[in-house]
Design a protein around this ligand. Structure first.
Ligand SMILES: CCCCC/C=C\C/C=C\C/C=C\C/C=C\C/C=C\C=C\C(=O)SCCNC(=O)CCNC(=O)[C@H](O)C(C)(C)COP(=O)(O)OP(=O)(O)OC[C@H]1O[C@@H](n2cnc3c(N)ncnc32)[C@H](O)[C@@H]1OP(=O)(O)O
Ligand SMILES: Cc1cc2nc3c(=O)[nH]c(=O)nc-3n(C[C@H](O)[C@H](O)[C@H](O)COP(=O)(O)OP(=O)(O)OC[C@H]3O[C@@H](n4cnc5c(N)ncnc54)[C@H](O)[C@@H]3O)c2cc1C
Length: 664
């Protein structure tokens, strides 16, 4: 029945002010109002309908995405949306498109690595979308190893140009989104060669296609790399392949903030660190951490609502069966994911602050916090995307058989999300970057250099190596100081153990390679400490709204106690807790699940997702799942006729043959 709220009873159970929680989730009243307004605008516009998206063949799917992305741009202009509003609109349109890379990487690369003059020339064109750009770094042969890229940019002093060339098959650019069929320009990363000397990787703005007829320019070979994982999903994006055959560009299209080549061909290194060349990746990794909470909360919202609708077993005297959300096993799989969505939200907010801070410092030529910013963005990108991809898949399983239907929204969400574990840096490679940072920190402990920021805890290494948990009863695990010390001691001890093992090797690089798996685990421990600490710090702020803070305390407790339970081996193995204390943590975790249970539906309502954005029958706001699933099945193209195409060709002869055999 339309108009009935099947989750109304669940909503009545809430012990907190949901509207205030919506503001906490959004980060501010301004953000909430912005998201609320733009998400409804998109949901109510038939131009942004998602109907049938997963059924479309690739060419139609792609064309449909071009239509939507350009329609979005038209609406942005017509409604005179600000940059912030436009970004929200693209987010709620919810379909990966070339515009993500244009706004998300091409423009930031020019902003971060271009001189003022270059920005003045290129940004207005890009802002008006008079040129469309992508970020062409990865090659067929190399992605993680950026220093190993093979494309060359050789300076020709005769003509004051760079010659961009792909010397080998493996040097073909491979993967850039928006490249395959749309971009007119790219920021291309290539080896800078001048006067016969190779100066390593630098960015260059290269035009790829004619602005008149969109044909590839002479010397440019460009196309799409082919179908990717999942139905619909990331296949809306034209990830591309690109080869250059001695393509000439003016010298001033080398991005020259980090280093320059003079008219005479002299290479000049600025006084900014070379690592700023990687600045776009730092920026995007930071946005990916915020996006993790979007994707995970979306999956959790679907699984939580459906878990309250779905009933199995336990009917007494002909009454209703039990809601599956009441099974402790379901809670133990679902509630930590709900808690993680909130945890990633808050660490994402903090990381945004850190990124803004480091950007301001860089502008003032203070490079001191760059290594920490790199370690935090790399580590948290790795931690949150791994947990989110795994979490979306767990949510699919939490929805039983119906979770496997595309109409649950979960298969597509997973297929779109899972490459986040790979793009912007493979998650293991990124953890090893964090490990390098940690090993450097440990090696400098005796030097008098005081660790600051997220590694300040290493400054208390003597205490952290010896201390023991003083938890005596389950509720002691609710004390923030007990928890922070536990996570600090575990992270510090794992790092120190790695450093001690490394010192046994004559060649440190050999040692690092041999101990890589342990080092990656130490990096995870450090990153989990950051997430836990930032959640606890958030709770120390003034949080208005009846019961809101209490709910966040429950979620925070679930987040860290679940981690403690899952990684018990680390906490026990490093000797910080006893098995009795581990068991008390688990008792407290179960108690928190019971406290969360009546609030579960309202905690996912606080994400304020429209049904359009969720695009899931199982996650519908009104919980009206079964009639809508039944209705949706009949919309499948296979059900357009009672007799399937192919029946006469294949099935009928088979049945006739069986009839003949039966008669024999
Ligand atoms: C259901 C439908 C849903 C629809 C949903 C709709 C829309 C979704 C919308 C949004 C989603 C959100 C985001 C999506 C965004 C993008 C996805 C699309 C595009 C993806 C693009 C890309 O992937 S671009 C390519 C990215 N490539 C990489 O990340 C490469 C990884 N490799 C590296 O970064 C490095 O080179 C390295 C980290 C592995 C280092 O290599 P190494 O050789 O060891 O070191 P170097 O010699 O290069 O450097 C040494 C020193 O530099 C330090 N360092 C390294 N990196 C950095 C850095 N970034 N910043 C600062 N410092 C750095 C390093 O620590 C060394 O320092 P020391 O010498 O002091 O030790
Ligand atoms: C959907 C999608 C969109 C993308 N968009 C873009 C884009 O717009 N622009 C762009 O330039 N690129 C893009 N990429 C490319 C992406 O950035 C790379 O794929 C990514 O950086 C990983 O590099 P790789 O493919 O070389 O993996 P590899 O490095 O080859 O990884 C393969 C395996 O080797 C392991 N490994 C590699 N090195 C080490 C090491 N040192 N120690 C231990 N293990 C190691 C990895 O953990 C992994 O398991 C995109 C990729 C995808 C999937």
């Amino acid at each position: 029945m339309e108009g009935v709220d099947y989750l109304a009873d669940e909503r009545k159970k809430a012990e907190f002010d949901v509207n205030e929680m919506k503001i906490v989730w959004a980060g501010s009243r301004h953000n909430f109002e912005l998201s609320d307004r733009i998400s409804k605008l998109v949901a109510n516009d038939p131009g942004f309908s998602k109907e049938g998206r997963t059924m479309l063949p690739r060419k139609e799917l792609f064309k449909n995405t071009l239509r939507k992305a350009t329609y979005a741009w038209k609406r942005i202009i017509e409604l005179r949306l600000s940059e912030e509003e436009a970004a929200k609109l693209r987010h709620f349109v919810d379909e990966p498109a070339f515009t993500d890379l244009h706004w998300g990487m091409f423009i930031p690369a020019i902003k971060g690595q271009g001189t003022d003059e270059q920005q003045k020339k290129w940004l207005p064109l890009a802002y008006k979308m008079q040129i469309i750009g992508c970020y062409a770094q990865t090659e067929l042969g190399h992605g993680s190893n950026v220093q190993g890229l093979e494309t060359t940019a050789t300076f020709d002093p005769q003509t004051d140009e760079f010659v961009i060339h792909s010397p080998t098959l493996t040097s073909s650019k491979w993967w850039p989104g928006g490249l395959g069929k749309v971009s007119t320009h790219a920021v291309v990363y290539a080896r800078l060669i001048t006067n016969g000397k190779d100066y390593g990787i630098n960015g260059f703005i290269v035009q790829l296609r004619s602005l008149e007829d969109h044909k590839p320019l002479p010397g440019v070979t460009v196309g799409d790399i082919g179908l990717k994982f999942g139905n619909g999903a990331y296949n809306t994006m034209d990830n591309g392949v690109l080869r250059f055959d001695h393509v000439r560009i003016p010298r001033d299209q080398m991005l020259m903030r980090v280093s320059q080549v003079t008219r005479e061909g002299k290479y000049v290194q600025s006084d900014v660190p070379r690592q700023l060349l990687y600045g776009t990746m730092v920026y995007v990794r930071q946005t990916i951490v915020s996006d993790a909470s979007n994707a995970l909360s979306r999956a959790v919202c679907i699984a939580t609502r459906y878990s309250a609708v779905r009933r199995q077993f336990g009917s007494q005297n002909g009454g209703q069966e039990i809601q599956v959300i009441d099974y402790k096993t379901q809670q133990n799989r679902l509630f930590p994911l709900l808690a993680s969505a909130y945890a990633f939200r808050f660490v994402g907010e903090w990381l945004k602050w850190l990124y803004t801070d480091v950007t301001q410092r860089l502008q003032a030529n203070d490079f001191s916090t760059l290594p920490e910013a790199h370690a935090c963005t790399a580590g948290l990108k790795s931690l949150t995307t791994t947990a989110t991809a795994d979490g979306i898949e767990e949510c699919r399983k939490l929805c039983g058989g119906h979770g496997y239907l595309c109409s649950s929204g979960l298969p597509e969400l997973f297929a779109v999300y899972v490459p986040a574990c790979t793009y912007e840096g493979d998650n293991t490679v990124l953890l090893l970057q964090v490990a390098r940072f940690l090993m450097k920190t440990v090696s400098q402990l005796g030097s008098g250099k005081k660790p600051v920021g997220t590694i300040a805890y290493m400054g208390r290494i003597e205490h952290l190596m010896q201390c023991r948990s003083d938890v005596k009863q389950a509720k002691d695990w609710l004390k923030p100081s007990a928890v922070v010390e536990a996570f600090e001691a575990r992270a510090a001890r794992m790092s120190v153990a790695c450093a001690q093992n490394l010192s046994k090797f004559d060649n440190p690089e050999e040692g690092f390679a041999e101990l890589a798996a342990d080092l990656a685990e130490a990096a995870v421990a450090h990153c989990q400490l950051i997430v836990v600490s930032k959640f606890i710090e958030k709770l120390q702020q003034d949080i208005p709204g009846e019961g809101v803070k209490q709910q966040l305390e429950v979620l925070c407790g679930i987040y860290y106690l679940f981690l403690l339970h899952k990684h018990q081996g680390d906490f026990l193995g490093t000797g910080y807790i006893t098995s009795k204390q581990a068991s008390l943590a688990n008792d407290q975790l179960r108690a928190l699940y019971s406290q969360l249970r009546p609030n579960a539906i309202s905690l996912v309502d606080a994400f304020n997702y429209t049904d359009h954005f969720l695009d899931s029958i199982l996650g519908r706001y009104d919980g009206n799942v079964y009639p809508k699933l039944y209705e949706a099945a009949w919309k499948d193209p296979l059900n357009q006729s009672d007799i399937a195409d192919g029946f006469h060709e294949y099935i009928r002869p088979l049945l006739k043959q069986q009839l003949r055999t039966a008669r024999l």
